[in-house]
Write a protein that binds this ligand. Structure first.
Ligand SMILES: N[C@@H](Cc1ccc(O)cc1)C(=O)O
Length: 434
């Protein structure tokens, strides 16, 4: 039996706001819904995943999802919840970005099997490109008052943030373009529902208003909550920046670690939002986790599911292997027996430094190498202290004294040395190929 979409989202904690009548519409017939993504980079990040998961459940419930790539709106920049005017992106960048995003979406939604509710990808550049300004403000602008547009949170907040700088007419008009997209999809794809993050409510309701006034149609909105973290920091970001879905920007190992490191409370929330595990499976995982929280079994399941969904089974396995080697009790002899490819793969996600082989040939004091050459300690004192506490290891073996001699015999497969500083920091020294 197909799932009930709204019920599904409800127990997963994925509904922030919903227009009256949405549920009845979905029960009545197979419905088309869309969500838009502005292609500001050539990869999605984990923040985008929430919306994509909504579409995934929507498709699994038998309805038809449309992903709209905002080729046109991306050229304007959504002012929603942004405190500053955005940079304009050019056409070439947007096109490159679209292609990257398309490939990622194809892994998450079903775009190609022979089902009646196959996912559809559209680009609003296709219908906005040739719309003349004069026609647009005559056909569309006439239906929406400035008063109405000004009352939106996205506009009010921005004007309040810095009244002197203000907001350009360009960004002010963003909601009209998104409103027009909804009208276009309503008329051409029979789209009745628009979904998005909580910050999209204002833009979505402008579309509802436009469709009601211009063509007398009734359409709906559904938003999901902004994802929060218990410690108050921003979801989806680390010190190193966004967590991307593209391997080139965030290795599967780092991606896996990101989910592994969430707090217990967040893990309970995220596993509902970011995986398709059933209610029963999730409840079981949570009760099992509560018996022995220190084992982090809930985080492990979360990290496993999301890594396999976004990357692959092999990437997941490699990420686990890497984590065991870096943080688990893998031994030095285990490390030594790994072949070059495995080592290369394992080390993709960790900071790397290049060293000259010659500098090792006569042996170099660890302190000279790590403090003076590659600066992973700020001072000799800092390193000495940590070594005394047993907190520095080379190839998984504790460094006995801080001026211990390191030579070529330390090179794994003749190329690498793994350095660990404290519990969490790993570095890879790599011989420069001359
Ligand atoms: N405004 C949305 C993207 C979007 C663009 C066009 C639309 O029609 C819908 C949504 C965002 O920034 O997240």
């Amino acid at each position: 039996m197909p799932i009930n979409f709204i019920e599904e989202l409800r127990w997963r904690g994925m509904i922030h706001n919903i227009t009256p009548g949405t549920e009845e519409q979905l029960e009545k017939e197979m419905t088309v819904a869309y969500m838009g993504i502005d292609p500001t980079a050539d990869s999605l990040h984990v923040g985008h995943l929430v919306g994509v998961m909504m579409l995934k459940h929507f498709q699994q419930a038998g309805h038809c999802p449309i992903v709209l790539i905002g080729g046109a709106t991306g050229m304007i920049g959504d002012p929603s919840m942004k405190s500053q005017e955005r940079n304009l992106l050019n056409e070439e960048t947007l096109r490159k970005n679209q292609n990257g995003i398309r490939i990622q979406l194809a892994k998450l939604l079903d775009f190609d099997s022979n089902i009646s509710n196959i996912a559809i990808l559209v680009n609003n550049y296709d219908w906005i490109r040739d719309y003349s300004f004069l026609n647009f403000i005559r056909d569309i602008g006439k239906y929406i008052t400035v008063n109405y547009m000004m009352s939106k949170d996205s506009v009010r907040k921005r004007l309040a943030a810095d009244a002197k700088v203000g907001m350009s007419f360009t960004e002010f008009s963003y909601q009209l373009f998104q409103g027009y997209d909804y009208l276009f999809l309503y008329e051409n794809y029979n789209c009745r529902l628009q979904m998005g993050g909580a910050d999209q409510w204002g833009n979505i309701t402008t579309g509802i208003e436009l469709i009601r006034k211009k063509v007398g149609g009734k359409v709906f909105a559904l938003t999901c909550p902004l994802i929060t973290k218990t410690d108050g920091s921003k979801f989806g970001k680390t010190e190193a920046g966004n967590i991307w879905l593209d391997k080139r920007y965030t290795s599967p190992y780092k991606f896996y670690q990101f989910w592994l490191n969430v707090s217990d409370i967040d893990a309970e929330k995220y596993i509902r939002i970011f995986t398709v595990l059933s209610k029963k499976e999730i409840e079981n995982l949570i009760s099992k986790h509560k018996l022995a929280p220190h084992l982090r079994s809930l985080q492990r399941s979360l990290a496993k599911e999301v890594t396999i969904m976004v990357h692959s089974q092999e990437d997941y396995e490699m990420a686990v292997k890497t984590s065991t080697i870096l943080f688990g009790n893998a031994t030095s002899s285990f490390l030594k027996q790994l072949d070059k490819d495995t080592l290369e793969n394992i080390f993709v996600g960790i900071p790397q430094f290049e060293i000259f082989k010659e500098s090792l040939s006569l042996g170099i004091k660890a302190v000279d190498l790590l403090v003076d050459n590659i600066h992973i300690f700020s001072s000799r004192g800092e390193m000495r202290k940590l070594v005394q506490n047993g907190g520095v290891s080379i190839n998984k073996e504790k460094l006995p004294i801080f001026d211990h001699l390191i030579d070529c015999s330390y090179l794994l497969r003749g190329r690498y040395i793994l350095v660990q500083k404290g519990k969490k920091n790993c570095f890879l020294l790599k011989v420069k190929s001359s």
